[in-house]
Design a protein around this ligand. Structure first.
Ligand code: PLP
Length: 469
């Protein structure tokens, strides 16, 4: 892919294609990395190099990169009915089946209610924007149109559309855009490793997170705060696993001030954390949840918003008064996307993928924890089949490397040379999120390669530490 001369695919790409989340100058210099083929947990580039996809692409291709059942499901639906919509009471068979499947496997909702209805969209961002509009509609329907502010957490990732990007509390998604929009407020991240005070226990830290959320709600005015959006385990912000008891304390505060909880399950949903939903792993009962990515193992774009019966009934009454629920996308419940998602979820059940994740989780957690022995790695963590290692120039004081060294990005490049694709996350963190179908043998081989790269990188890292200490 690095042939940038003449009419090569790489030079044509540079000439014409503006890439998402890419530095254009770096792309122009190094060229794109062109992927050509998938096989199981591997992708192969156009030069024939094979890589473990240690991030399932973008935390999404849970069933790997060559599942023929999903291809067959798409083709069968393409032949039957390639498109129809769900506006004005129309719909398609796969949407009916998928909605039923999602409701049957939904986590319990708040106040012992159940998740009773699904709304479909195409991406995680769209699902979150939809959920924000539903929250506003819900609060207005209850006679509280001023209850509109949305709280998300620092380091949260919720997507890139206007409202979702405003909730995404990471500088890279907001700088240059004039975001966040002012109805979004960002509260404390449940990042114990970085945010705990000296000597603060996990429980005290969780209590402080809840207290700071309460302070924010009181400062803004409880009658103006509509909902908290939260990933059960934060993904793109650095694989941040909240301390035990965190969500119970948060939920007490939300209940006290009549604030909804929307769980962003876009990464956590469908087995990633060892349960169907991250909300179950965190023992929290949301009012609504958003999901995408592994819903279709990412083979086609589809996302969903699930809502409790209580939320749905309020929305439905308001829509009846107004004559319509005035929201929907051309591709909401697209038949081919729904057919593929339905098949993906059936395969999850038939192959007991969640059982497999639980079986593999101890080995996964062991292999992640082994990086602790490197003295430039300050913290490692994992749950189910998602994890991370975080670099520190001085683990004793949790001091960061100077960001200009781009230590995680450098190491990601070295790891890629060993045949594993990973991603650097902000704050010098490298995440692990391989396809859930990975075998134990593949898991060890992948981590052996990563460990070899980290070992070879130790001299560089240790020389860079000196600039910090
Ligand atoms: N929410 C979470 C937790 C995510 O990780 C992502 C994407 O990574 C999104 C939302 C946005 O999804 P999309 O990129 O499909 O819009």
């Amino acid at each position: 892919s690095n042939d940038l001369r003449g009419n090569s695919p790489a030079s044509r790409d540079i000439a014409n294609h503006m890439h998402p989340y890419t530095n254009p100058a770096v792309l122009a210099d190094s060229g794109p990395h062109i992927m050509a083929k998938g096989s199981g947990v591997f992708v192969h580039d156009d030069a024939g190099n094979q890589f473990y996809e240690g991030m399932s692409g973008l935390w999404c291709a849970s069933l790997g990169f060559s599942e023929p059942e999903l291809v067959d499901a798409a083709i069968a639906q393409f032949h039957k009915l390639p498109f129809y919509h769900s506006f004005a009471g129309k719909t398609v068979g796969p949407a009916i089946d998928l909605a039923e499947m999602l409701i049957a496997h939904a986590p319990p909702a708040r106040h012992d209610s159940k998740m009773g209805k699904v709304f479909f969209a195409s991406s995680g961002s769209e699902a979150n924007d939809t959920a924000i509009k539903m929250v506003w509609y819900y609060q207005a329907a209850r006679g509280m149109p001023q209850k509109q502010k949305i709280i998300s957490r620092k380091k949260g990732y919720h997507g890139v559309t206007m409202a979702a990007a405003s909730m995404t509390a990471l500088a890279y998604a907001q700088d240059g855009f004039g975001l966040p929009l002012d109805f979004v407020k960002h509260t404390t991240s449940p990042d114990y490793y970085n945010n705990a005070l000296d000597g603060e226990s996990e429980e005290d830290f969780a209590s402080r997170c809840a207290a700071e959320l309460e302070e924010m709600i009181l400062a803004e005015g409880p009658d103006t705060v509509a909902a908290l959006f939260a990933e059960p385990v934060m993904g793109a912000g650095g694989v941040i696993i909240p301390p035990t008891g965190y969500f119970a304390k948060i939920r007490t505060i939300l209940d006290k001030y009549d604030v909804l909880l929307v769980a962003d399950e876009v990464i956590c949903g469908f087995g990633r954390t060892g349960n169907m939903w991250g909300s179950q792993s965190m023992d929290v009962q949301p009012d609504m949840l958003t999901c995408a990515k592994a819903l279709s193992s990412a083979y086609l774009p589809i996302s969903a918003v699930l809502m409790s019966d209580k939320v749905y009934e309020t929305l439905a009454e308001q829509a009846e008064k107004l004559g319509i629920f005035g929201h929907g996308y051309t591709y909401s419940a697209h038949p081919v996307c729904a057919a593929v998602a339905l098949r993906a979820q059936q395969l999850m059940q038939e192959r007991d993928i969640i059982g497999h994740v639980r079986q593999l989780a101890p080995a996964f957690s062991d292999r992640v924890a082994r990086f602790d022995r490197f003295d430039f790695i300050g913290n490692t963590r994992s749950i189910g089949m998602i994890g991370a290692m975080e670099f520190s120039a001085d683990p004793a004081t949790r001091q960061k490397f100077d960001p200009q060294h781009k230590i995680a990005a450098q190491l990601v490049a070295k790891i890629q040379e060993k045949g594993v694709i990973l991603r650097a996350l902000p704050g010098d963190i490298i995440g692990f999120c391989p396809p859930l179908i990975m075998t134990e043998g593949e898991l060890h081989d992948m981590f052996d390669r990563i460990e070899a790269a980290v070992g070879e990188f130790a001299n560089t890292a240790n020389s860079l530490r000196k600039f910090n200490i």
